[in-house]
Design a protein around this ligand. Structure first.
Ligand code: PLP
Length: 460
């Protein structure tokens, strides 16, 4: 009784059926918990085949289906077959990438893939350290730790208390909240985060950053890092990376670009200009599991200061296998993780299947869907309230202005009906609806369904 035929069938069936399924359906947490407790008494073993089909039913029913073409949500993509195949093979062979010598093929496929994406960012692959991470949060943490050990190597032994003042991180109010956790994890404390205000497009003002750095410095706070975000989570804003690179260079501060979602713009001829300056960053975060249509979790970290990365994570042990004199770094000694899954296999397989231009076309098609959505919203009487070349649209309606809860109510009513999924957000104090094109399978007719659902939500 092997579970395989049914699992393989489900893979094919789900992808065909998803367009007709609800994007989400409400779950009562108490009922779900009770039914699981009754169904799974771990004192009694069960056959895998039956369990697999029960898990399929649970995952189908109790989840927001982020791979649905009408999921207009939070940077979670539809996954391509290449990613499903690769993740399955990674589970089958379970290659251990902590040490290069345990998994030469997987390590080198990752390296090859990362070199191609480094080139797409305008970085010199021979002068860039790069590795896959669990996601953007880990890549951002890696940047902070690399910058710390670059600037204050002594802190590796003596800790932050040995530093002349509290190292500060400069970032926009719209930057990702992973930095809040990172400030805690790295021992900097959230007081180290110097949030700088944004202009009315949601982008950072480089002069304000420079002034803040200088003020802090004269008050005894040494700057550690300037973070530019390429594609903010709320509104898809792109900070002026070139100008931020100028400030960082003039002030002698590490420049990190968080392009977790927006990095994929590097693959599109049309969108590439909005990332201008990213090639001057000391480090870059780019998530494959955001806009490159691979399953979670696959982040990427690039760094133009390989020595800083080695210094931050280098460690000697009496038990890890020796790589010998092959000129390769062992991932456990250059990254946050130790035991390491073959994260990059799915990215390699997707890139090799599509080619760089094929990837670029997917990105551009989604950007075009974003443009179509903006036009359709305007035609239907909605007002777009953000500005970005990326396919993330924030919008509102004159009829929602009076009541502060009205925007959230529209999002809730769209979600409840289950034909489409959107979220809401607050932009510079004002509530707005937020729709992001996250699926390479989203078509014009899916946008029409969204508009219909919004109109119903408005009327409700
Ligand atoms: C998603 C995101 C992150 C966090 O990445 P994870 O992959 O969720 O860990 C960080 N920064 C930005 C801009 C993001 O969009």
């Amino acid at each position: 009784m092997t579970p395989w035929p049914s699992v393989v069938d489900e893979i094919a069936r789900f992808r065909d059926e998803i367009r007709e399924l609800p994007v989400s359906s409400p779950t009562d947490p108490e009922r779900l918990r009770r039914s699981l407790e009754e169904g799974y008494d771990f004192r009694r073993p069960r056959p895998l085949k039956a369990l697999a089909s029960e898990v399929v039913a649970l995952l189908r029913e109790h989840a927001v289906q982020v791979t649905h073409p009408r999921y207009f949500g939070l940077f979670n993509p539809s996954v391509r077959e290449a990613g499903i195949v690769a993740d399955t093979l990674a589970a089958l062979y379970n290659p251990q990438l902590a040490a290069w010598s345990h998994a030469p093929a997987a390590c080198e496929l990752e390296r090859l893939t990362l070199r191609a994406f480094a080139r797409a960012l305008g970085l010199d692959p021979d002068a860039t350290a790069a590795h896959f991470t669990g996601g953007g949060a880990e890549a951002n943490l890696t940047a902070v730790l690399a910058a710390l050990s670059d600037r204050w190597p002594e802190a590796r032994r003596d800790g932050l208390s040995a530093l002349p003042g509290r190292p500060s991180v400069y970032l926009s109010e719209e930057s990702h909240h992973s930095f809040v956790k990172i400030a805690r994890m790295a021992g900097l404390g959230t007081e180290a985060l110097r949030f700088v205000s944004v202009d009315d497009t949601g982008a950072l003002d480089p002069r304000a950053v420079r002034n803040r750095v200088r003020e802090d410095r004269s008050a005894g706070r040494p700057p550690l890092l300037i973070v530019g975000t390429a594609g903010t989570t709320s509104s898809g804003a792109v900070d002026p990376l070139g100008c931020l690179a100028d400030v960082a260079e003039a002030e002698g501060v590490w420049f990190h670009v968080d392009a977790a979602w927006g990095g994929a713009a590097a693959l599109s001829v049309r969108l590439r200009p909005c990332l201008a300056g990213v090639e001057r960053a000391d480090s870059v975060t780019w998530d494959a599991h955001k806009w490159l249509s691979v399953p979670m979790g696959a982040g990427m970290f690039f760094c133009r200061r390989p020595a800083a990365v080695r210094r931050a994570f280098g460690v000697a042990t009496p038990y890890m296998p020796e790589t010998g004199n092959t000129g390769v770094d062992d991932p456990f000694a250059t990254t946050v993780q130790w035991s390491r899954r073959a994260i990059g296999l799915k990215v390699f397989l997707s890139l090799a299947e599509l080619g760089l231009d094929g990837y670029g076309e997917l990105i551009e098609r989604q950007a075009a869907m974003g443009d179509r959505l903006r036009a359709k919203l305007a035609d239907a009487g909605w007002t777009v309230v953000n500005r970005t070349p990326l396919p993330l649209v924030c919008f509102s309606h004159s009829r929602l202005e009076a009541d502060p809860g009205a925007v959230r109510a529209v999002a809730g009513s769209v979600q409840r009906r289950g034909r489409a999924w959107i979220s809401d957000v607050v932009l510079r104090g004002r509530p707005a609806l937020r729709a992001c094109i996250t699926s390479y399978r989203t078509r014009e007719e899916d946008l029409d369904v969204l508009i219909e659902e919004l109109d119903r939500g408005l009327a409700a």
